[in-house]
Design a protein around this ligand. Structure first.
Ligand code: ADP
Ligand code: MG
Length: 724
């Protein structure tokens, strides 16, 4: 057999099940031990330094330099006690991943050796920012950027390095990362939600956003992964014939976890617990070798930071197990891709979940106020919200048979839907009779709603009893990209809700009446986004278009929504993104799209020319020798005797010639696109012409995989990659 693949298969077969991070202590004894949390801060810091951190977290107050020195010193003492030698700011640039630059604590001065970590090093670090994507912000403003500690997220130790969760901004304050707009959007949403919650309970002084991120991923044996240049460079297979058996039998879903995988899961969970990540569930997903884990939800910034940390941690632990974690949204054609379901809700400082119907009519009215504001937000910005999850990677997954379609809709479940139907059917003016009737209806929302909400797995945005589940988010994405959009659009609608109620009250309407008619107005203008049926169906595709919901059919084209006046104004008004920042992000999205597809296009060309065609020609040589031999022995009879071999030879020739021509066309398509200056136009050409050529190449390559002798095929096949 082709030695490269054979060696990989042999190595893979030799990989055993082992545990590397075994803890004898109960989880409660080590949970969070690598995090500098509140309890440790109290222990290591003076009262005043501790309070400075607290007010930075709660009220966004800046920490002054002298206090920063004390905080840094406390962190250093704790970190060194735990064996740390380095520190780094950990930030989230527009690449969508994380970035770090380690600096040693150790300093030698005048022959003296000591560990140093100053307040200024804690507060600010200056990595060379020039290589991160910035969408032209650097040209317009400062060439340099810096990372700054985000005290919302605690520092922690990973691999003997003190990691400091940070924002990344330009010298003139423009956001160069994913975290800043998210922090700003949480502030905007908190302010808007607090003012609406205040209509029902004046004691509410702040609202936080809660997020719980379910993480889907694939695991592939490291040796097999390394034998696939496409997986190695793109985290995705650009060719590969489907396996005879994959997920048809649904026998993987929730099945017994393979022991090698379970050992890996236990190991990364142990390490995650030490980092204060409260992982709750683990299970097999639908596709073979696809799995999921989910932590308990928490405040949005922390939830997203912890998810990013998990995406650092899992591959590190996987290395020990000779496994590769694939976070890509669609690593394998023909089977399910992976998502990162974003469960999202809002909670008051008094502990009330604003998306949970309550026991009293007032609480239910409050629930309806918030629910209808979310519905209106999603309706108004349905295209923007859908686009917020659209990347090249996710475009391979969305709209497939397994993932939400690339058009936004909200699934509410029968209980909530019925309530809204009732409200919509009320008489035009809220006279006292109708008012009374509707209040009665509102008060009868069953308390058990939480438990009896029906599930609709085909909806991209589903209400699940006390939260919304945004299911279209991609598995490899930084969830901040979706949440800052969601937070912002909901903040906008809540602000409008409050203004509407204020105006009605000023006109003499009662509070209840004003709230109810605003709920009604919001639902009535946005009802087109509410859909309870099968989101995967053909009918919905047509129906959603009739309803004016805009599907994402082409990713670069849909990115234009970021430049539309409505979007730019909204972000600007809420203080989430300035128009310049919006423009920069638009640029980066297109640029990233182009670069990723360019890499895939190169890889498919390389793999086909250097691996597939040589294997195919090698097999043709064997065939032709056999045909020749047959002719030598049997004379003219060889025509009938070797019919199958000759047919195969011809079929192979046909596919080889096609690949060769199509790869050339692919290179030309790339060249043509690369000549286009405008990044959005270039991305569009990539998404149409370059992609179309790639599909043609793949078609021939996958057919060759079925024709060529298995012994000669150089790349691990789907059936080998997908089953432990
Ligand atoms: P399922 O697959 O049934 O949706 P999971 O248990 O896999 O359920 O994931 C549900 C996620 O939703 C968890 O992270 C959970 O903590 C989170 N979650 C639960 N309640 C809320 C809430 N009120 N706000 C945000 N997230 C929540
Ligand atoms: Mg879920």
């Amino acid at each position: 057999m082709s030695t490269f693949r054979q060696r990989a298969l042999d190595e893979a077969a030799a990989h055993t099940t082992e545990r590397f991070f075994v803890e004898k202590r109960p989880v409660s004894a080590y949970f969070g031990e690598n995090v500098f949390d509140l309890a440790k801060m109290r222990k290591y810091m003076s009262q005043s330094a501790y309070e400075a951190v607290q007010s930075a977290v709660r009220f966004g107050k800046t920490i002054d330099r002298s206090v920063a020195n004390e905080i840094a010193s406390a962190m250093k003492t704790w970190a060194i006690e735990r064996g740390a030698t380095h520190y780094t700011h950990l930030f989230q640039p527009l690449t969508g991943t994380t970035a770090e630059k380690h600096e040693a604590f150790v300093t030698v001065k005048d022959g003296q050796v000591f560990e140093r970590f100053s307040g200024s090093a804690l507060v600010q670090q200056e990595p060379d920012a020039s290589s991160f994507p910035n969408g032209g912000l650097r040209n317009t403003f400062e060439a340099r950027g810096y990372s700054a500690w985000d005290p919302n997220s605690p520092v922690f130790i990973l691999d003997e390095t003190l990691c400091i969760p940070s924002v990344f901004v330009s010298y003139t304050g423009e956001a160069l990362d994913m975290k800043v707009p998210n922090l700003r959007s949480i502030q905007a949403l908190s302010a808007a939600a607090t003012s609406v919650a205040g209509l029902f309970d004046p004691s509410v002084s702040s609202v936080s956003v809660n997020v719980g991120l379910e993480q889907e991923y694939f695991l592939v044996d490291e040796s097999l992964y390394n034998a696939r240049p496409d997986l190695k460079l793109c985290d995705r297979t650009v060719i590969g014939h489907t396996s005879a058996k994959d997920q048809q039998l649904s026998d993987h879903y929730f099945g017994a976890i393979p022991s090698r995988v379970e050992a890996f899961m236990k190991d990364f969970e142990t390490e995650a617990y030490k980092l204060g990540i409260q992982l709750q569930t683990r299970h097999n997903e639908v596709a073979p070798n696809q799995f999921e884990c989910a932590p308990v939800f928490c405040e949005a910034t922390k939830a997203i930071d912890q998810n990013m940390l998990l995406m650092i941690l899992m591959p590190k632990v996987a290395e020990k197990h000779h496994l590769k974690v694939i976070f890509h949204e669609k690593p394998f054609d023909g089977i399910n891709g992976s998502g990162k379901h974003c469960n999202w809700s809002m909670q008051t400082n008094t502990g009330v979940n604003l998306l949970s119907p309550g026991k009293t009519p007032t609480k239910n009215l409050q629930f309806l106020a918030f629910y209808s504001s979310v519905v209106r937000a999603v309706y108004r910005h349905n295209h923007l919200l859908m686009t917020s999850v659209c990347t090249l990677n996710n475009s391979y997954r969305l709209g497939g048979h397994e993932a939400p379609p690339a058009v936004m809709s909200i699934f509410s479940g029968s209980t909530v839907s019925k309530i809204f139907e009732g409200i919509l059917n009320m008489k035009d003016t809220l006279d006292s009779e109708a008012g009374k009737a509707s209040i009665q209806m509102v008060s009868s929302i069953p308390e058990i709603l939480q438990d009896n909400t029906d599930r609709n797995r085909t909806s991209p945005f589903a209400f699940t009893g006390n939260r919304f589940e945004f299911r279209a988010v991609g598995s490899s994405a930084n969830a901040a990209g979706a949440t800052y959009v969601l937070n912002s659009i909901v903040a906008e609608s809540l602000n409008d809700f409050k203004a509407e109620v204020d105006a009605l009250e000023a006109a003499g309407e009662s509070r209840q009446g004003a709230v109810l008619s605003t709920v009604r107005k919001f639902i009535s203008e946005s009802k087109n986004v509410m859909f309870e049926g099968n989101g995967y169906s053909k009918e919905w595709e047509e129906e959603s278009a009739r309803r004016g919901l805009k599907a994402v059919r082409n990713v670069p084209e849909s990115y234009k929504v970021y430049t539309e006046k409505e979007t730019v104004d909204m972000f600007n008004k809420l203080g989430v993104l300035s128009p310049v920042e919006s423009e920069a992000r638009y640029e980066v999205l297109n640029e990233t799209y182009v670069k990723k597809l360019q890499i895939e296009a190169r890889i498919i060309g390389d793999v086909c020319l250097n691996h597939v065609i040589p294997a195919a020609v090698g097999y043709q040589n064997i065939l032709v020798k056999s045909i020749q031999g047959c002719k030598d022995v049997f004379g003219d009879e060889f025509r009938s005797l070797c019919k199958a071999d000759m047919d195969t030879y011809k079929k192979i020739s046909n596919f080889v010639n096609n690949i060769s021509a199509d790869v050339e066309a692919l290179v030309e398509a790339r060249k043509k696109a690369n000549k286009v200056e405008d990044m959005a136009e270039r991305a569009y050409l990539y998404s149409t012409e370059v992609k179309a050529e790639m599909d043609k190449v793949r078609y021939s390559a996958d057919h060759l995989e079925m024709l060529v002798d298995d012994e000669l095929w150089p790349l691990p096949k789907y059936r080998e990659l997908l089953f432990f």
